[in-house]
Write a protein that binds this ligand. Structure first.
Ligand SMILES: Nc1ncnc2c1ncn2[C@@H]1O[C@H](COP(=O)(O)OP(=O)(O)OP(=O)(O)O)[C@@H](O)[C@H]1O
Ligand SMILES: [Mg+2]
Length: 317
C-alpha cells in the first residue's frame, strides 16, 4: 500500500518578532499534487509562514520538511525543489519581460539552448509574447503577476508558494491565474497559496486552513469549513405586515425584518426542508411573495472564525 507523501509537513512551527508572537505552534500537512490555501486577516502571519517554509526566514521552533528536506539543515535542497512568488512582485522593472526570464534561467544554471527554449515556452504559455521585448515598467498589474509566476516556473519546481497571487487583478486575469494553477496541479505540482479571496480558496484548494491569533483556528475542505458554522437560512418576503406577522408567529426561530417585510428562517438548505416550510405556510393560507436561499459561504466562515479574540476583548472592556 502506498500513502501519498507530503510535499510540506510542519509540526509545532513557532515564530516571534521580539515580543510579538506571530506563529504559536502551527501544524500543516500538504500532500503532493494538491493545493493548500492559507487564509487569515491582515497581519495574521501568512507571509511569515511562506517565508519560513521557503527558507527566506528562520523559524524559532518546530519540525519542518519541505520536499522531504529540513530547511534549516539543507536550505539548498529545499530551494532546488521549490519556487516562490512573493506578495510583492520580484520582477526587475528596468528589464524587459524576456530579459527577466533569461536572467532567471541563468540563475537556475540552464544551458544557453535550454534557457532559450524555456523562455520562449513560458512567454507563450503566459500570453506575454507581444510584451516580451517591452520594459516591465510599462506592464499592467496583471501582466506583471503573470511574468512573476513565469519566473518562478523557470526552474520547474515541484512545490510552488504563491503569496496572494491574484491580489489587485481584475476578474478575468484572476481566472487566467486560476487556470494556470490548475494546469500546474494537473502536472503533479503542489501549490501552497495564501489569499484574501475566499472564493479563490473555494475554487482552487483541496484543503484550507484559517490562521488567526498565531494559531490555525480551522482546517478542512471548503465544505467542511462551511458546515462548521451556522447561517443557512431562507429569506421570505411578504406583501404586507399582516402576512409577515402571521408567518412569524408560526415559524419558531425566525427573525423578522419589518422594514423589508421579510422573515429569515433557519434551514439546512435541503429541498425537503424548503418544501415542508412552504407547505406549512400554504396550509395556513399565508402567501409568500419571494423567497431566497442563503447558504453559508467562506466569507461567513472567515468572519465567524477570525477576530474572535479581539471581539472578546472589546466585550470585556
Ligand atoms: N521582519 C519583521 N519584523 C518585525 N515584525 C514583522 C516582520 N515581518 C512581519 N512582522 C509582523 O508579523 C505579523 C505577521 O505579518 P505577515 O506579513 O506574516 O502577515 P500576513 O498574514 O501576510 O498579512 P497580510 O494579509 O497583510 O499580507 C505582523 O504583525 C507584522 O507586522
Ligand atoms: Mg502577507
Amino acid at each position: 500500500m502506498t500513502t501519498p507523501s507530503s510535499a510540506i509537513a510542519v509540526t509545532g512551527l513557532r515564530k516571534s518578532f521580539s515580543t510579538h508572537v506571530v506563529l504559536d505552534g502551527i501544524d500543516l500537512d500538504v500532500p503532493e499534487g494538491t493545493v493548500f490555501a492559507l487564509l487569515g486577516p491582515n497581519g495574521a502571519g501568512k507571509t511569515t509562514t511562506v517565508q519560513i517554509l521557503s527558507t527566506l526566514l528562520a523559524a524559532d521552533g518546530g519540525e519542518l520538511r519541505i520536499a522531504g528536506h529540513d530547511p534549516t539543515r539543507h536550505p539548498d535542497r529545499v530551494r532546488a525543489a521549490i519556487g516562490v512568488t512573493g506578495q510583492f512582485s520580484a520582477v526587475d522593472n528596468l528589464l524587459t519581460g524576456e530579459e527577466n526570464l533569461r536572467l532567471m534561467a541563468h540563475l537556475r544554471h540552464l544551458g544557453r539552448r535550454a534557457a532559450r527554449d524555456r523562455v520562449t515556452e513560458l512567454l507563450d504559455r503566459f500570453d506575454l509574447v507581444d510584451a516580451a521585448r517591452k520594459l516591465v515598467s510599462t506592464y499592467s498589474g496583471g501582466m506583471r503577476r503573470r511574468l512573476d509566476l513565469a519566473m518562478t516556473l523557470v526552474g520547474e519546481p515541484r512545490i510552488i508558494f504563491l503569496d496572494e497571487p491574484t491580489t489587485g487583478l481584475d476578474p478575468r486575469s484572476r481566472r487566467t491565474m486560476w487556470r494556470i494553477v490548475r494546469d500546474l496541479v494537473a502536472d503533479g505540482v503542489t501549490i501552497f497559496l495564501t489569499t484574501q479571496y475566499l472564493e479563490e480558496a473555494d475554487q482552487l484548494a483541496n484543503r484550507i486552513a484559517v490562521l488567526d491569533g498565531g494559531r490555525l483556528v480551522a482546517e478542512g475542505t471548503a465544505d467542511e469549513l462551511k458546515r462548521m458554522i451556522p447561517g443557512g437560512h431562507v429569506r421570505l418576503r411578504f406583501a404586507d405586515l399582516f402576512l409577515l406577522d402571521a408567518a412569524a408567529r408560526r415559524l419558531v426561530g425566525s427573525v423578522r425584518d419589518d422594514d423589508a417585510l421579510a422573515l429569515q428562517v433557519p434551514t439546512d438548505g435541503s429541498v425537503r426542508d424548503l418544501r415542508a416550510l412552504l407547505a406549512r405556510l400554504d396550509g395556513e393560507s399565508i402567501e409568500v411573495d419571494t423567497l431566497s436561499v442563503h447558504t453559508p459561504d467562506l466569507d461567513d466562515v472567515f468572519l465567524a472564525l477570525t477576530g474572535q479574540a479581539k471581539q472578546e476583548q472589546e466585550t470585556v472592556r
